[in-house]
Ligand binder design. Structure first.
Ligand code: RTP
Ligand code: MG
Length: 141
């Protein structure tokens, strides 16, 4: 198994609900370590850049508006199969389809306000980590 790093973002809805700690506990219990973290209120430009792959999708404007509606908590998670493990902890994009016990099933309101983001591949994880964290802000391995 491979030691991987991935990006997790606790979205504005979950930050407003004051469940950062509860979500961190799930990462810890699953063996994922936080190796970088910052809280940030994203600008429109930052959110547009982060979600650029979705810019032609019908939900793009709503997504950017939501992601800039309040502060987010951004972290790099490290662990065995971190990318897939984090996606598993998150649950399906739409909380209505998310498996019981997942973060989205327990804390998300809707497909828009869905509590967390997680990188969907190792390749995108590297791009997303570099988007938010200069190398000096991530703990060395
Ligand atoms: P994320 O990127 O936030 O981790 O979520 P995801 O991979 O599960 O979903 P993705 O397809 O990458 O979509 C990014 C975010 O856009 C919103 N979305 N809305 N209304 C819609 O049909 C729709 N589809 C996606 C969601 O908030 C999703 O998390
Ligand atoms: Mg995605």
């Amino acid at each position: 198994m491979a030691l991987e790093r991935t990006i997790s973002i606790i979205k504005p809805d979950a930050v407003a609900k004051n469940v950062i700690g509860e979500i961190y506990t799930r990462f810890e219990k699953a063996g994922l370590k936080v190796v970088a973290a910052k809280m940030k209120h994203l600008s429109t430009k930052e959110a547009e850049g982060f979600y650029a792959v979705h810019k032609e999708r019908p939900f793009f404007r709503a997504l950017v508006e939501f992601m800039t509606s309040g502060p987010v908590m951004i972290q790099v998670l490290e662990g065995e199969n971190a990318v897939a493990k984090n996606r598993e902890l998150m649950g399906a994009t739409n909380p209505k389809d998310a498996a019981p016990g997942t973060i989205r099933a327990d804390f998300a309101e809707s497909i828009d306000a869905n509590a967390v983001h997680g990188s969907d591949s190792l390749e995108n994880a590297a791009i997303e980590i570099a988007y938010f964290f200069p190398a000096t802000e991530v703990c060395p391995r």
